[in-house]
Write a protein that binds this ligand. Structure first.
Ligand code: HMG
Ligand code: MG
Length: 304
């Protein structure tokens, strides 16, 4: 297994990418408890919320209250999505450790998601990055629709590589190549990473998979083989995107940790503690969480 990185960093996106998509509004106190449990489970980066328009994403309207309520553990970075300078001002007031910008590789998705063309979104990302870094904040970037767009179909890997390089140039320390609608498969992951790593080192990349078609874990395997060592995941497999028709949950943190534990790759995560966070949030969702490993753990616990 020496062809894999010895250690993987997991970015927990459940409180943001997961909860933004739920039809039930999860009470603020439950969100706060969820974030605290995820930190206890060993996460070092937790995306807590999004300072986006509450008109567009009402589930994230309490971002400031969630940040005010969490217990900040040393060694954990508490991050948030920011679409514009107004969002950055709100994020700074809430004392976030890091912000994430989120342009897209395809025009139609960019316009639907943030009402900006791809070029306008990059200009906004630069303004956010300049101001955030001047204030001492780290900047992460997502590149949505890196593996395909719900409206336009295939996206050229060379375009993904070009936009990724531009995001690094404007100050992002890492770009999360994002499979917004869970359409990627290992060959596509290899093809995209081949193009992108000609421009940007794999140490500056993360992979953000949604598990819509059940390919997220094999895509991680392809990413590990290409030298990527940062992966996004959400507890229990919560997740989706309100502006991508048919988008379902993120890759589940439990499923990812189970795979990496089995491969002998160090994550610093405690599987049982992640499942405890999922178990506590599940009753507030109105549906069972989809993570296969979480479901198996629940079934085993029920058998006693
Ligand atoms: P807009 O309507 O073009 O913005 O929306 P605007 O600048 O014209 O402002 C309109 C109103 O929104 C104004 O209020 C602003 O104050 C307010 P009004 O005068 O009408 O009362 N507003 C804000 N309020 C609070 N916080 C802000 C903010 N900005 C403006 N930051 C905008 C543009 C980007 C704001 C809007 O489209 C938006 O918030 N979109 C949210 C998109 C979103 O959150 N999508 C889901 C997350 S992305 C995702 O899930 C993908 C990812 O997981 C990776 C992947 O899987 O691909 C990251
Ligand atoms: Mg996502």
């Amino acid at each position: 297994m020496s062809r894999f990185p010895a250690k993987v960093r997991i970015v927990e996106v459940g409180p943001r990418d997961g909860l933004q998509h739920e039809s039930a509004f999860v009470p603020t106190a439950e969100k706060i408890a969820f974030v605290n449990r995820l930190a206890e489970a060993g996460h070092t980066t937790i995306e807590v919320s999004a300072f986006v328009s509450p008109k567009w994403v009402p589930q994230m309207a309490d971002a400031a209250e969630v940040f005010a309520g969490i217990t900040r553990r040393p060694g954990v970075r508490y991050t948030a999505l920011v679409p514009n300078l107004q969002g950055l001002a709100r994020a700074r007031a809430a004392r976030v450790d890091e912000v994430a910008v989120f342009p897209a590789a395809s025009e139609t998705f960019s316009k639907r998601n943030i009402h900006r063309t791809a070029v306008e979104a990059l200009a906004d990302a630069k303004r956010i990055s300049d101001e955030a870094r001047a204030a001492g904040l780290r900047v992460r970037a997502y590149l949505s629709t890196s593996f395909g767009c719900p409206f336009e179909g295939a996206v050229a890997p060379a375009r993904v590589a070009d936009l990724t390089a531009r995001l690094i140039d404007l100050g992002a320390y890492e770009v999360a190549l994002s499979d917004t609608i869970g359409i990627a498969h290992p060959r596509l992951v290899s093809d995209v990473l081949y193009e992108v790593t000609r421009r940007v080192p794999s140490t500056s990349l993360a992979l953000h998979f949604h598990d819509t078609r059940g390919t997220a874990l094999v895509n991680v395997y392809a990413g590990l083989e290409a030298g990527v060592s940062t992966f996004d995941a959400s507890a229990g497999g919560l997740g989706g995107c309100p502006y991508a028709p048919g988008a379902t949950g993120n890759l589940a943190t439990e499923d990812l940790v189970y795979l990496l534990d089995g491969l002998g790759v160090v994550t610093g995560m405690r599987l049982e503690a992640i499942a405890a966070a999922s178990r506590a949030i599940e009753p507030h969702l109105g549906h069972p969480l989809p993570s296969r490993v979480f479901r198996a753990m629940q079934a085993t616990a029920a058998r006693g």
